[in-house]
Design a protein around this ligand. Structure first.
Ligand code: NDP
Length: 445
């Protein structure tokens, strides 16, 4: 058994049932094999074994009272995975599917993503199996307050800085920040990112993940001698990442023809009218099926996943993990897809990614391509520390520069380790090398 297979075996044995975590580790370890071979010193130091084991895992009870006066109990998580290059940093996800395996996969990927940004942030992730859908503002507030009443003792601006993710937007961050401030009796602006603009948030943070994805894919298309002009684009999701990916892709002259939510997808061959999507999803918090009421020539299809049967040049999965299966990948390739940009975390199964690479589809991996969100969160932390605010243009320009640098880092690491043109392996290797160097410098901890 090779070193990598051995470590993977241990991970599976030690973390039974955590299938998403196994999947994320397997994907990364596959790319690291040549790195491990080149650095025999890692073996004695147990460096990779330490890398796949979180520094700390916190699980807690979150009781709250619903509008009917009934007590509800959810479970809260925070996984502080790796602090070799900076304080733990990563979002909070509120979704009924959340359990330890999901938070661990996200925290693990976050280490490499944060490293790739070039900024001093370690990897962590958290969340709860609470479902904000269909809850009143009062219920969401009481849940967030209860969640923070436990979480506050584990976080801090130099220790661990959470942000948003699925189900956690400006409203939830606001409630959690308020409760943190109240309990700590101090104004620690840099303890959470994704804050509102009136209390320390950064301009362009809302747009950052989606915009950053489009910047990364722009670089990848340019390296292949092409661009967005007149390309057809399909985007899964209609949340924060999807909406701003759509906005920037349209600005670059691409034609976005389909988007979805968890209930179904819309196809508008004339091009998605993003203002309508924003009104439905951001303002009214309704289903995307409403779109056809405003644009009757568009089509709505109920059910998950069908969106990948829509023919496109560029596919941007921006909804959730394992959205694209091997069957979806085959369909996309058969329809002539040119490039895939992962806006969501781990949106493709490992089999699907391998198939895309084999068929020479350009793949922008999540760790690199969606790092614009956390990078801009780190810029928010910088502004909080300096007690000043940059303009939208200043933040956006820095974000663009960061995404270009991430692309270059992935491109050159891939070349150096014999994976030329494979940005999946390149991103894993470039992200890992920096963390490994810092871990070596810190001794055995
Ligand atoms: P949101 O909660 O804003 O939006 C998620 C969207 O995906 C919603 O439209 C949701 O539909 C849809 N969705 C969820 N599950 C499914 C499903 N099974 N099938 C189809 N659609 C689904 O989350 P974000 O946009 O913030 O996050 C999306 C992804 O991007 C996640 O993987 C997240 O980890 C990742 N990400 C987010 C960052 C950020 O800054 N926000 C940063 C980096 C990565 P519905 O409304 O019906 O639930």
């Amino acid at each position: 058994m090779s070193v990598v297979e051995n470590i993977l075996e241990q991970v599976k044995k030690r973390n039974p049932g955590e299938v998403e975590f196994h999947q994320a580790v397997e994907e990364v370890l596959q790319s690291l094999a040549p790195v491990i071979e080149k650095h025999p010193e890692y073996a004695k130091l147990g460096l990779v074994e330490r890398f796949v084991e979180p520094e700390r895992v916190i699980m807690f009870r979150v009781p709250w009272v619903d509008d009917a006066g009934q007590v509800q109990v959810n479970r809260g998580f925070r996984v502080q995975f790796n602090s070799a290059i900076g304080p733990y940093k990563g979002g909070l996800r509120f979704h009924p599917s959340v359990y330890l395996g999901i938070i661990k996969f996200l925290g693990f990927e976050q280490i490499l993503k944060n490293s790739l940004t070039g900024l001093p942030i370690g990897g962590g992730k958290g969340g709860s199996d609470f479902d904000p859908k269909g809850k009143t503002d009062g219920e969401v507030m009481r849940f967030c307050q209860s969640f923070m009443t436990e979480l506050y003792r584990h976080i801090g601006q130099d220790l661990d800085v959470p942000a948003g993710d699925i189900g956690v937007g400006a409203r939830e961050i606001g409630f959690m920040f308020g409760q943190y401030k109240r309990i700590k009796n101090q104004y620690e602006g840099g303890v959470l990112t994704g804050k509102g603009l009136s209390y320390g948030g950064s301009l362009a943070r809302t747009q950052a993940t989606g915009f950053g994805l489009i910047y990364f894919v722009r670089e990848m298309l340019a390296a292949a001698g092409t661009d967005y002009k007149n390309k057809t684009v399909v985007i899964s999701g209609a949340g924060n990442v999807a909406i701003y990916a759509c906005e920037k892709a349209q600005e670059y002259g691409a034609k976005v023809i389909a988007m979805c939510d968890s209930a179904g997808y819309i196809v508008d061959e004339d091009g998605i009218k993003l203002d309508t999507v924003k009104q439905i999803k951001e303002v009214e918090r309704k289903r995307i099926s409403e779109y056809i009421k405003y644009h009757p020539t568009a089509k709505y299809v109920a059910g998950q996943n069908g969106i990948w049967s829509v023919k496109c040049d560029v596919a941007l999965p921006c909804a959730t993990q394992n959205d694209i299966s091997i069957e979806n990948a085959k369909q996309l390739v058969a329809n002539g897809v040119l490039a895939l940009g992962e806006g969501a975390n781990m949106p493709c199964t490992n089999e699907a990614i391998e198939y895309f690479l084999e068929k020479k589809v350009l793949v922008a991996p999540a760790k690199a391509a969606n790092a614009g969100g956390v990078a801009t969160s780190a810029l928010e932390m910088s502004q909080n520390s300096m007690r000043l605010s940059w303009t939208f243009e200043e933040v956006n320009e820095k974000l663009d520069g960061i995404m270009v640098n991430i692309f270059k880092a992935a491109q050159s690491a891939a070349k150096e380790y014999g994976f030329e043109g494979n940005y999946v392996a390149g991103a894993n290797i470039a992200g890992f090398l920096k963390v490994a160097e810092a871990m070596m410098a810190h001794g055995v901890i």
